[in-house]
Design a protein around this ligand. Structure first.
Ligand SMILES: C[S@@+](CC[C@H](N)C(=O)[O-])C[C@H]1O[C@@H](n2cnc3c(N)ncnc32)[C@H](O)[C@@H]1O
Length: 460
């Protein structure tokens, strides 16, 4: 049942590019352990697609692209289970072949998948997978295959984050080895399953009562070391939607890096605050939470469908004093025309490469053209927001991207050509202080156990 659904989801993903919605839809009527397995298998296959395909092609001697969609994904599913799980070999083969038989009737094809699966099983058992990998002679390419990232993506991160990478690879004997070790660690940190973080919603419950509720339900959690109101769920195989308090809006699922953007904005009761790219509302809700519904919040977005979700969320989480507007701020100020804000947050649309550990499909759907296009939109948003900021006000620009085009390059332009002045991180958490570079900050999974975010703080 789970393997059949996994094959279906992977095929649909390949046809449509859509992953999370399909996974949610197919998970609905499953028990929580089945849901967890389906999630692991599907996300695992997408995350390690390049590596799995490399192994399958070498073992089978055939191009993966020449296989039918269901066969291709059944092969990946088998390879993933052998390489990354402790599922017993007979269960891997039986369950996956039976699932494949629902889609493919030809015995010859089933026989082929069976033979490839058995070869992979033998290689894993005899510890010989590395030998297959070593058929790729270029060591950098080998790392990209092993960690399963497009080489162009890994190369630009290696160049841009060389200092971080050299630190990560400090045990290497020379610079070349340091870079290889460091790059592998860097990439690997974006392959680790991201923790599930909840922000307690103080508009509805005090943290002490929230903690008690989790404890009473037998859910293990850890509080964030330094970002208040954030709880990491430690219990495994938890179905988010059946957590106590989910329906009532007692918590919001949010990485601390996302909440941090709002903490840096430092919203205060009584202030006029603009959330410029607000939907579905994760940060608007955090502003309402931090100001106890006592700020005058404007939540703007261009996307009507997402605005509906934002409005639903405002209700569910008890955020009031929020005016929702559908405006394309790059073209029009709408009702904002004559308002000046104390604080503005721009959580700009971006490539999302900083959240690849949560959205592994992000490895395969990005391009340089897309990054350049987004840079244009982000610059326009920054440029147009300037007029709306009060003299002496504060603007936080953030993206969940690792790309310098969307972060540092935009910051240079904002400071040189848009009139913004460098803002200061006066309310920054102590452990992050060392990572501030002038008016900017970056977070990383390997360094802070946070999603990869860029933040820039401005004043006027
Ligand atoms: C990163 S998401 C925002 C996430 C949101 N802040 C949260 O925390 O839940 C970026 C948002 O920008 C919106 N957007 C894109 N272009 C825009 C524009 N020109 N004007 C206003 N919003 C825009 C998108 O519809 C999308 O909802």
């Amino acid at each position: 049942m789970v393997r059949e659904k996994a094959i279906k989801i992977l095929c649909l993903y390949e046809k449509t590019g859509e992953l999370k919605n399909i996974l949610d839809k197919f998970s609905k009527r499953l028990k929580s352990n089945e849901k967890a397995l389906l999630r692991e298998l599907v996300l695992g296959v997408v995350r390690y697609k390049r590596y799995l395909d490399f192994i399958i092609e070498n073992v089978s001697g055939k191009k993966i692209s020449s296989q039918k969609l269901e066969v291709k994904n059944a092969l990946r599913l088998i390879a993933y289970q052998f390489l990354f799980t402790n599922i017993p070999p007979y269960a891997i083969m039986n369950e996956t072949l039976n699932a494949l038989k629902k889609f493919i009737k030809q015995r010859k094809t089933i026989g082929f998948v069976n033979a490839v699966g058995r070869k992979i099983s033998k290689l894993v058992e005899e510890n010989k997978i590395e030998e297959i990998l070593n058929q790729e002679k270029d060591p950098f390419e080998r790392i990209c295959i092993k960690e399963s990232f497009p080489t162009w993506m890994a190369k630009r991160w290696k160049n841009f984050y060389l200092d971080e990478i050299l630190k990560l690879g400090e045990n290497g004997k020379d610079e070349e080895e340091k870079i290889l070790i460091g790059t592998q660690k860097f990439l690997h940190s974006f392959n680790e399953d991201a923790p599930l973080w909840l922000r307690v919603n103080r508009l509805k419950i005090v943290p002490e009562a929230f903690e008690k509720m989790l404890l009473d339900s037998g859910i293990e959690f850890e509080k964030h070391d330094f970002i208040e109101d954030m709880y990491k769920i430690v219990s495994k195989g938890i179905d988010i939607y059946s957590l106590p308090g989910y329906k009532e809006g007692l918590f919001y699922i949010q990485d601390p890096a996302s909440f941090l953007a709002v903490k840096l904005l430092d919203p205060k009761p009584g202030e006029k605050i603009l959330d410029l790219c607000a939907a579905p509302g994760g940060k608007t809700l955090a502003i309402a939470h931090l100001t106890n519904n006592e700020a005058e919040i404007y939540a703007v977005d261009i996307n009507a469908k997402k605005i509906l979700k934002l409005e639903e969320n405002l209700k569910k989480y008890g955020a009031t004093n929020v005016k929702v507007l559908k405006v394309d701020i790059t073209k029009d100020y709408g009702e904002l025309e004559n308002i000046k804000f104390d604080k503005i947050l721009i959580d700009a649309p971006c490539s999302g490469t900083g959240v690849i550990r949560r959205h592994p499909e992000g490895k395969w759907n990005k391009s340089l053209e897309q990054i350049e296009h987004l840079q244009g939109v982000q610059r326009k948003l920054l440029q147009r927001a300037y007029k709306l900021l009060k003299e002496g006000g504060k603007l936080v620009y953030t993206v969940c991207s690792l790309e310098k085009e969307e972060g540092e390059e935009n910051n240079d332009i904002a400071l040189k050509h848009m009139g913004y002045k460098e803002g200061s991180f006066e309310n920054i958490y102590e452990p992050l202080k060392k990572d501030i570079k002038k008016n900017t900050l970056r977070t990383f999974p390997f360094k802070h156990d946070l999603d990869g975010f860029f933040y820039a703080v401005y004043t006027k």
